[in-house]
Design a protein around this ligand. Structure first.
Ligand SMILES: Nc1ncnc2c1ncn2[C@@H]1O[C@H](COP(=O)(O)OP(=O)(O)O)[C@@H](O)[C@H]1O
Ligand SMILES: [Mg+2]
Length: 310
């Protein structure tokens, strides 16, 4: 069982999930090191939730091999759940119970004695700065606070790995910031964090490494900076153009082999060769440049953005 060594804690080899004719996850491989925060970045329908559900033992894998802490998810789903904390997109808190009692109930179900569960709940609430919310009813908490509590709850069993599916989707910017702090706290505690997101800012801020996912496949993986340098180059061009010639300009850009996104008043142009796009042949437009980001990485590889409806 020690073949994963001390550094690799999650190992996915060519995992696939089919639902009838739909291939939700299509031969995906990745490795996550102990203590690392690893992200799946992709738009709706990319296959993120399906991957997380397979990892959590909630959805059997169709083919491939997936291990967590050396434990095979297919043959030992219960053992895997002992080393994992899982935070689903729906918080799943019990609205009949207070914040503290939610944690205690969760610990109890996970096998702690009532006394252990109470002690652990108080420690976890303190660790995440939630002690003053202990007695609050769930319905009285903000969306961000509920999410923080759901994350804290995953700590009841002292997991080695915490799996979080879109931890900040639906939160306002302040709520998102607080959740980010909570995830940092987790990371500082030495926990391996495996998360999904469709927010490129979140991936850039939190993830040591990430996989870019689209249509069930991983298109590339690496550190955020590395991906940006490799796929989008240092800068992207922003082209402002009059409506009358817009179509011609877009055609010209695409004929040069650049990716472009034509939305609103600005056309965003990304080179796929790791260079700054050279638009010096383009006349009669205003061009400026900005530093590239993960959205540009996604655009350069797929031709669409993380939030485009396809
Ligand atoms: N239970 C299911 N039955 C059939 N298709 C599903 C099921 N769950 C997910 N899918 C399909 O699998 C694909 C990936 O979905 P999902 O993993 O939820 O993506 P994401 O979380 O990245 O938005 C989508 O096309 C989705 O419709
Ligand atoms: Mg999802």
């Amino acid at each position: 069982m020690k073949s994963d060594g001390d550094t690799t804690v999650i190992r996915a080899s060519n995992i696939t999930k089919r639902f009838g004719k739909t291939t939700a996850v299509d031969g995906v491989s990745f490795e996550v090191r102990r203590g690392e925060t690893y992200g799946l970045l992709g738009p709706n329908g990319a296959g993120k939730t399906t991957t997380m559900r397979m990892m959590s033992g909630l959805s059997p894998i169709t083919s491939g091999k997936l291990t967590v802490a050396g434990i095979d998810v297919s043959s030992q789903p219960r053992e895997v759940r002992n080393v994992l904390g899982v935070v689903t997109q729906q918080d799943g808190l019990d609205t009949d119970l207070t914040a503290r009692d939610n944690l205690i109930a969760y610990g109890f179900i996970a096998g702690l004695s009532p006394a252990q569960a109470r002690r652990r709940a108080d420690a976890v609430l303190m660790f995440f700065n939630l002690t003053e919310k202990s007695r609050d009813e769930i319905d009285s908490l903000s969306g961000g606070m509920k999410r923080r509590l759901a994350i804290a709850r995953s700590f009841m069993t002292e997991p080695q790995v915490v799996v979080l599916d879109e931890p900040t989707t639906g939160l306002d910017p302040q709520g998102r910031n607080r959740v980010w702090q909570e995830l940092e706290t987790m990371k500082e505690a030495g926990v391996t964090v495996f998360m999904s997101t469709h927010y490129m800012e979140e991936a850039a801020a939190l993830c040591d490494r990430l996989a870019v996912m689209h249509h069930g496949k991983i298109l590339d993986q690496g550190a955020p900076d590395e991906l940006v340098a490799r796929r989008a180059g240092p800068e992207v061009a922003l082209v402002r153009v009059a409506n009358g010639v817009r179509k011609d300009v877009v055609n010209w850009i695409e004929n040069q082999g650049f990716n472009c996104r034509d939305a609103g008043p600005v056309i965003t142009v990304t080179a796929s060769n790791g260079q700054r796009p050279d638009l010096s042949g383009l006349q009669g437009v205003r061009i400026s440049y900005r530093p590239s980001n993960l959205e540009d990485v996604f655009l350069s590889m797929t031709g669409v953005t993380l939030t485009d409806d396809e």
